[in-house]
Design a protein around this ligand. Structure first.
Ligand code: SF4
Ligand code: MG
Length: 336
């Protein structure tokens, strides 16, 4: 059937301005520059890349919280590309978000029960007082919290517990898709696995799909069915999880994998990929051609001239790299 979410050639460009003369437009930042992917029913798609690569902006665009420069977003078969915040509201029952910061994202003056129940109130689906209270208790139990915690305030909870509260709130309306923007990045490593496990449990019990955004490949490894790797506004590789970890094709994916801690110290010896060094270049002034070429150990002359297209390799994966697929001719050379 049709995918739950289909993002086609998504572009989000922000105008940039010279100094304080904000009326003088001097260019644009291509935060998201032609991104396409699908999330299928019951699937977790990991979206991975360094900070500033456009992965959060992609999430904001899907929620229609930032204007699109181009492209199309379809959710549950409906084109939502043109919808503003008001027209999106009924759809937000089906499309929810869990944010990175479990400290800043919960209203400190609200009791936990009211935080979890607020989406029901906003959408006018509380039912009777008793039903409302019972639903909140059910949601708290679902995320591994005690029902009596409804009467307490967010500051009384640890980071991991607060993220459980955010998750209870996000699933309150029975969404089909939850966008998770680095939902465990702010938590202690010891807590991360527990929260990741909760996401997986809820997926099985509630039939949820996730777009799971993360800055490294370690966190998404266990949750994702497929993984898309982003670099400076573009997807450079998308593949089923095991294929991506076993045989990464894009040099950037290989570099990200080299940075993932291996569970077996002996495996260190067989590490084949070089870790990427240096800060990613800025999206304000990205490198020509393949944006990755200044950091790529495999770069060729063509790489600075032409941006590689995302190209299907077999039927499950795609990669954007001149090393894979048909090699285009250098400028000034006749194509054979
Ligand atoms: Fe490296 Fe060239 Fe491939 Fe870009 S296109 S990743 S620079 S080999
Ligand atoms: Mg971000």
């Amino acid at each position: 059937g049709a995918p739950l979410l289909r993002v086609s050639d998504l572009k989000v460009h922000f105008p940039i301005h010279d100094g304080v003369l904000i009326r003088r437009r001097s260019g644009s930042v291509k935060a998201v520059d032609g991104v396409s992917f699908e999330v299928r029913k019951g699937e977790t798609l990991g979206l991975v890349g360094e900070s500033g690569c456009g992965k959060s902006t992609t999430g904001m665009a899907i929620l229609r919280m930032t204007p699109l420069t181009g492209g199309r977003i379809e959710f549950e078969g409906q084109d939502i590309s043109g919808l503003g915040a008001r027209k999106m509201r009924p759809l937000r029952q089906r499309l929810q978000m869990v944010y990175q910061d479990p400290y800043g994202s919960l209203n400190p003056r609200m009791k936990v029960g009211d935080i979890v129940g607020e989406p029901l109130v906003i959408h006018g689906v509380t039912g009777t007082q008793d039903a409302y209270r019972a639903r909140i208790q059910e949601l708290l139990r679902l995320v591994g919290l005690r029902p009596d915690m409804a009467e307490r305030y967010p500051h009384e909870f640890s980071g991991g517990q607060r993220q459980r509260i955010s998750i209870a709130r996000a699933v309150a309306l029975n969404p089909s898709l939850v966008l998770c923007d680095e939902p465990v990045s702010a938590l202690d490593v010891s807590i991360q696995a527990q929260v990741v496990n909760l996401f997986q449990e809820l997926q099985e019990r509630l039939g949820l799909s996730y777009l799971f955004i993360a800055h490294d490949l370690a966190v998404v490894r266990h949750v994702s069915h497929r993984i898309a790797v982003m670099y400076l506004g573009r997807i450079v590789e998308i593949a089923p999880r095991d294929m991506l970890y076993r045989e990464p094709l894009h040099p950037y994916t290989r570099g990200l994998l080299a940075a993932v801690p291996l569970p077996d110290p002996l495996a260190e010896r067989t590490r084949v990929h070089e870790e990427i060094t240096g800060e990613p270049p800025s999206v304000v002034n990205p490198p020509s051609g393949c944006h990755f070429h200044p950091r790529c150990p495999m770069a060729m002359p063509i790489c600075a001239q032409r941006a590689p297209e995302l190209t299907a390799i077999g039927n499950a994966r795609s990669v954007a790299c001149h090393l894979h697929g048909a090699a285009p001719a250098l400028d000034g050379q006749a194509a054979a």
